[in-house]
Ligand binder design. Structure first.
Ligand SMILES: *[C@@H]1O[C@H](CO)[C@@H](O)[C@H](O)[C@H]1NC(C)=O
Length: 206
């Protein structure tokens, strides 16, 4: 073996070594790329799954909010609604007044066949009632929450006609009932002018 042959042999080895190295590098680069692509795809799927889940959650929350907002709109006004002059009472027992003529009933929380308002949501509500009476007999009303008397208004006119009224803000739980009762011995006069009314409004939820 000559010196020249020896050198060219080494050269050959070096060239082959680099070729092999390049091949190995490119193969491993390919593998890395495939691995990266695979993990990218997996990541995208995971992100998509997360997005889908959070979209579903958001839709649910929107539905709940819409329902809550609907339930937050509560206001009613009703009058006794007698079309001709009519006296109600006196009775020997306390009697729930049924304000049959609905003027406003947003949220339908007031029931015109029972005279009872039922809180659809926990919150602070304002109520007021106006009672009209004529001479000679006590005209009055009492506002009740469930079985508890909250406030009363009455007049006992010697002549002419009068109106007695009261109002109150109440924190109500869902299902609490509010109504106006005619006290024993009281009488209300009503006609087509809607003198005797009961109103309630949700001020804010809590
Ligand atoms: C009002 O009350 C009556 C008697 O309890 C009931 O039958 C009716 O369904 C109620 N109306 C509404 C709108 O809730």
């Amino acid at each position: 073996m000559t010196v020249i042959q020896q050198v060219s042999g080494d050269r050959m080895k070096i060239i082959m070594f680099f070729s092999l190295l390049l091949l190995v590098c490119s193969v491993s680069a390919d593998q890395t790329e495939t691995a990266v692509q695979q993990s990218d795809t997996q990541d995208i799927h995971a992100v998509l799954r997360e997005l889908t889940a959070s979209l579903a959650l958001q839709n649910e929350q929107i539905t709940v909010l819409q329902r809550e907002n609907q339930v937050k709109q509560v206001a009613f006004s009703a009058s006794l609604g007698k079309q001709s002059p009519t006296d109600t009472g006196p009775f020997t027992t306390e009697t729930t007044l049924i304000f049959e003529h609905v003027i406003t009933n947003i949220g339908n929380a007031y029931n015109q066949s029972t005279g009872i308002f039922t809180a659809p949501v926990r919150g602070v509500y304002h109520f007021e009632f106006h009672i009209f009476g004529t001479a000679g007999i006590r005209a009055g009303g009492s506002l009740f929450r469930n079985g508890d008397l909250i406030c009363t208004a009455y007049e006992h006119p010697k002549s002419g006609s009068v109106s007695a009224s009261n109002g109150v803000s109440l924190l109500l739980e869902v299902g609490d009932q509010v109504s106006v009762r005619l006290p024993i011995g009281s009488s209300i006069h009503e006609n087509q002018n809607h003198h005797t009314t009961f109103s309630g409004h949700l001020i804010f939820t809590m």
